[in-house]
Design a protein around this ligand. Structure first.
Ligand code: FMN
Length: 143
């Protein structure tokens, strides 16, 4: 059984809901999912020991939330090379955050990424629940 860590940054909890649905998908596929709000991660030690990772942030003013930027520097020191990864986030119209996180995981950490970041206007929009659960399943399919 694989173990997936899901870390999210949110302001209005929509990205938290997506994180919970991704975790559901991981569990439906028979694997373990641990969810952490971004301020629960204090050092790279908190990131080691997982097989897969999903990092998510909502987009505000064309950017990821600043705590996610700090977190990505912490994650640079963790042992993430060749681990499976995905990125996600809620957005309103431009949705820069998930793509930026995804590219950092791929290009800086050298992770084995799922095909695309998951961007959702809202988890409750038709298809959003399934898309989030499927994203969790696609992460564990690469473990
Ligand atoms: C002040 C403000 C600025 C925002 N800026 C952007 C933006 O630049 N691009 C975008 O796609 N969405 C933007 N949004 C929309 C949020 O990304 C959207 O509401 C999202 O669902 C919030 O996710 P959260 O609940 O996880 O914080 C903005 C929302 C607010 C309130």
């Amino acid at each position: 059984m694989g173990k997936v860590l899901i870390v999210y940054a949110t302001r209005a909890d929509e990205t938290k809901t997506i994180a919970e649905l991704i975790a559901e998908g991981v569990r439906i596929a028979g694997h373990e999912a641990i969810i952490k709000r971004i301020n629960e991660i204090k050092s790279e030690d908190d990131l080691n020991g997982f097989d897969g990772y999903a990092f998510g942030s909502a987009t505000y003013h064309g950017e990821m939330i600043s705590s996610m930027k700090q977190f990505l520097f912490i994650a640079e020191r963790a042992e993430l090379k060749d681990k499976v990864g995905g990125a996600f986030g809620a957005y309103g119209w431009s949705g820069e955050a998930p793509g930026r996180i995804f590219e950092t995981m791929k290009n800086i950490y050298g992770m084995k990424m799922v095909s695309d970041p998951l961007m959702l206007k809202a988890s409750w929009i038709e298809g959003g629940t399934k898309a989030s659960q499927d994203y969790g399943k696609s992460i564990v399919s690469l473990i």
